[in-house]
Design a protein around this ligand. Structure first.
Ligand code: HEC
Ligand code: HEC
Ligand code: HEC
Length: 119
């Protein structure tokens, strides 16, 4: 081992440390925490509608890009006009999945109370 060899090994090691550090920190930085459950239509006489990220993501194994941002923005009530029963029944918003095949249908009279929950 002469001096040139040593500095080469040193440079390789420094490079490896930087790559490892960047890898770990970028991965951590990219993680967006899964939001807490929330509800829509608290004043709806049919009952408020809970939306659970935990259920859709953890239990149903949906990925963030299945909904964000092609169906929903990452902000509650980002577009109130989309959060209307007529839109859902046209296959927009929640109705992109809740159409009877991917998930229970919004139009099915037997399914109303799976979303609208009376306390
Ligand atoms: C996939 C969940 C889901 C299902 C199933 C569902 N709804 Fe809704 N509904 C919503 C959401 C979300 C809203 C918007 C929040 C609110 O106003 O309650 C809404 C709103 C409403 C409203 C308020 C007025 C409007 O037009 O937006 C009525 C009335 C309503 N739903 C009736 C029904 C009836 C009747 C059924 C069954 C035939 C049903 N919903 C099934 C999610 C659902
Ligand atoms: C089944 C669909 C769906 C999936 C999958 C999903 N989200 Fe969401 N997310 C929503 C809906 C619906 C909203 C509220 C949008 C609205 O009301 O306009 C929302 C809102 C959010 C918000 C804003 C919450 C607030 O309080 O304003 C964040 C942050 C978010 N999602 C992160 C994620 C992340 C991270 C993942 C993946 C781990 C994920 N979401 C997966 C449907 C989904
Ligand atoms: C990317 C697809 C997708 C979207 C978008 C989506 N859901 Fe779901 N949701 C599912 C699936 C899959 C299930 C489980 C299917 C079943 O049981 O028929 C489910 C189940 C549910 C349940 C039942 C949970 C339980 O405890 O049994 C509720 C309530 C619900 N969704 C509400 C909503 C609301 C409100 C929205 C819109 C804000 C929405 N979902 C948007 C896929 C979706």
């Amino acid at each position: 081992m002469n001096f040139r060899h040593l500095s080469f090994v040193g440079a390789v090691m420094a490079f490896a440390v930087i790559v490892l550090w960047l890898g770990q920190n970028l991965a951590v930085g990219a993680e967006v925490p899964v939001p807490k459950d929330f509800s829509y239509g608290e004043k709806n006489p049919l009952g408020a509608v809970p939306f659970s990220h935990k259920f859709h993501v953890t239990e149903k194994k949906l990925a963030c890009p299945d909904c964000h941002t092609k169906i929903f923005q990452m902000k509650k009530m980002a577009d109130p006009a989309q959060m209307k029963m007529a839109k859902l029944n046209e296959g927009e918003s929640c109705g992109k999945c809740h159409e009877g095949t991917k998930a229970f249908a919004t139009k099915d009279a037997k399914s109303c109370n799976r979303c609208h929950r009376k306390k």
